[in-house]
Design a protein around this ligand. Structure first.
Ligand code: FAD
Ligand code: SF4
Length: 488
């Protein structure tokens, strides 16, 4: 008799199912530990209940308060190695049979083997990405990259079209809610009334795939309507266009509903059929087989203490209420207000909003990196423990002092102005650093550099910005202004 397999959140698609009996557990404890975006709680519940309905008699489905109620020590269960340190400890402590992890293009031993060839050198994304291309043959012609280049970023990263309020692409295909979603909403209402959960943000309509079929449909829709514009506008932001040309696939990928390799191969096939430009296809491929796999492996490689043991820029400020409650009403900075308000509505923001608006703001204001890491996990529909440390502690906040990224991702309003239409409608001016209309990002950038200067002085990549700061005749006044700023 095959062992029953316990399937966890993050493992809900066909790639985690080998046909044997299945155990699914919906545990309220997932939602009661910290405040969570309501759209995320909805998506998780919807996904597991849809999976239970799909599997029918093959699955035993429990709805409980705590996992311990179902999974005892010594239980005769197998599990695919779970996607968090906490869950891995839990299954090992109970003596479950653990199978190798799935859901990524490269395996954990593959990464370990690659990392061991680096001889203590930096584990650079670019090197890892090229190795994965070579190993898988994805976008390769023999031993050469297709089109002759590994990287088409130079053709991408365009600002948004001038004067356009939207990219002008068709509305993405949204999932159709069903009785399961209605029931989820009722349950969340009840849990909220009973004080069991603290939910933040709006819930609905559900925008992200909760089943493998919905995920396939979302991928097909991305390919048909947005893939061509994905590369060129990957880094662009428009206030009136919350999705831009992004794939919106991170949530179904992280729930395990969509196989990353299948998604990439489908997109690459579009290029081979002459229906999609190489710049977009390479950009998308890099995000999935490069970045997504890379941050997954770094989560294990850097170890569990990585999340809490670094604070290289001595950032200790608590997250403000506007972040915690996703309440943007009183925020005057257009870019920040639009991004936080978009998060309230959807539990999602695109990459440049995450990195150059939210992350940049938090970095400049010295928000505690662990609190920020966990906020990103809780407030984003695609947030998971594994995806965040490299992205937040490393790349965005530079709390690790340079293990993941060589310099802090700080920038002033000029970058946001170049890459978005936010500044036109803002009470602040991105070119002004002092006075009533001084942009909080521009002035905040200089105040940030001044504050962390003793800690980043040795970083050669920061030499130029620091020299620029030292040349500012009004630096003292800018710093005073930002220290006492009430309107942002
Ligand atoms: P697209 O722009 O269409 O990109 C395609 C796919 O590439 C994504 O679906 C995702 O699976 C993958 N990808 C791209 N960049 C990354 C990356 N840096 N790390 C991991 N995967 C990547 N991604 C998450 O999946 N969950 C998160 O909670 C998350 N939080 C982030 C927080 C910060 C501060 C930053 C800087 C990045 C974060 N990312 C996260 C990465 C990236 O921003 C999102 O994957 C992306 O915005 C999701 O939207 P999309 O599916 O439309 O992505
Ligand atoms: Fe954001 Fe500054 Fe531009 Fe306003 S002026 S939208 S605060 S970057």
């Amino acid at each position: 008799v095959p062992r029953r397999r316990w399937i966890l959140t993050g493992q809900l698609g066909p790639a985690f199912d080998d046909g044997g009996p299945i155990l699914l557990i919906e545990s309220k404890s997932t939602f009661t530990k910290r405040p969570m975006h309501r759209a995320k709680a909805h998506l998780f519940l919807s996904a597991i209940r849809h999976r239970a309905a799909e599997l029918g008699d093959r699955a035993e489905f429990h709805q409980v308060d705590r996992y311990e109620e179902v999974v005892e020590v010594g239980a005769d269960l197998e599990v695919i190695d779970p996607p968090s340190w906490t869950a891995r400890r839990f299954v090992r402590e109970r003596g479950l049979r653990v199978l190798p992890s799935r859901g990524f293009v490269t395996s954990e031993p593959d990464f370990a083997a690659w990392a061991s060839t680096r001889d203590g050198k930096r584990l650079l994304l670019e090197d890892f990405y090229r190795t994965v291309r070579e190993r898988t043959g994805i976008l390769m012609r023999g031993d050469q990259p297709e089109g002759g280049r590994w990287n088409y970023d130079h053709d991408n990263r365009n600002p948004p079209p001038k004067g356009a309020a939207r990219l002008g692409l068709p509305e993405p295909l949204w999932p159709e809610e069903d009785d399961i979603d209605a029931e989820v909403r009722e349950d969340l209402d009840r849990w909220q009334r009973d004080g069991l959960v603290q939910l933040v943000g709006d819930d609905g309509p559900r925008r992200f795939a909760a089943t493998a079929a919905e995920a396939e449909a979302a991928l097909a829709d991305f390919i048909e309507t947005r893939l061509g514009d994905f590369g060129p506008f990957e880094d662009a932001m428009l206030g009136g266009d919350w999705t831009m040309a992004h794939s919106l696939l991170s949530a179904p990928l992280n729930l395990g509903l969509l196989d990353p390799r299948d998604a990439v191969e489908t997109v690459v096939a579009e290029h081979h059929a002459g229906r999609a430009p190489l710049s977009s296809v390479e950009g998308f491929t890099r995000q999935i087989i490069g970045w997504r796999d890379y941050v997954w492996h770094l989560y294990w490689h850097l170890g569990e203490p990585y999340r809490t043991s670094h604070n290289a820029l001595a950032a200790h400020e608590p997250l403000p209420r506007q972040f915690r409650e996703l309440d943007a009403a009183a925020i005057q900075s257009n870019c920040l207000r639009e991004t936080i308000d978009g998060m309230r509505r959807h539990g999602w923001a695109h990459h440049i909003q995450r990195l150059m608006v939210l992350g940049n703001w938090a970095l400049q204001h010295g928000y505690d990196p662990v609190a920020l890491n966990d906020w990103f996990i809780d407030m984003f529909v695609d947030g998971t423990p594994w995806v965040m440390p490299a992205n937040v502690i490393g790349m965005s906040q530079h709390a690790d002092g340079g293990i993941v990224a060589t310099k802090p991702y700080a920038s002033g309003g000029a970058y946001i102005d170049k890459m978005s239409d936010y500044c036109g409608g803002c009470v602040f001016n991105p070119r002004v650093r002092l006075g009533e209309d001084a942009c909080p990002f521009t002035a905040g950038y200089w105040a940030f550099l001044d504050r962390v200067e003793p800690r980043i002085r040795h970083n050669t990549r920061m030499a130029q910005p620091l020299a620029g700061m030292r040349r500012l005749s009004d630096l003292g006044a800018v710093i005073d202004q930002e220290r006492t700023r009430e309107q942002w």
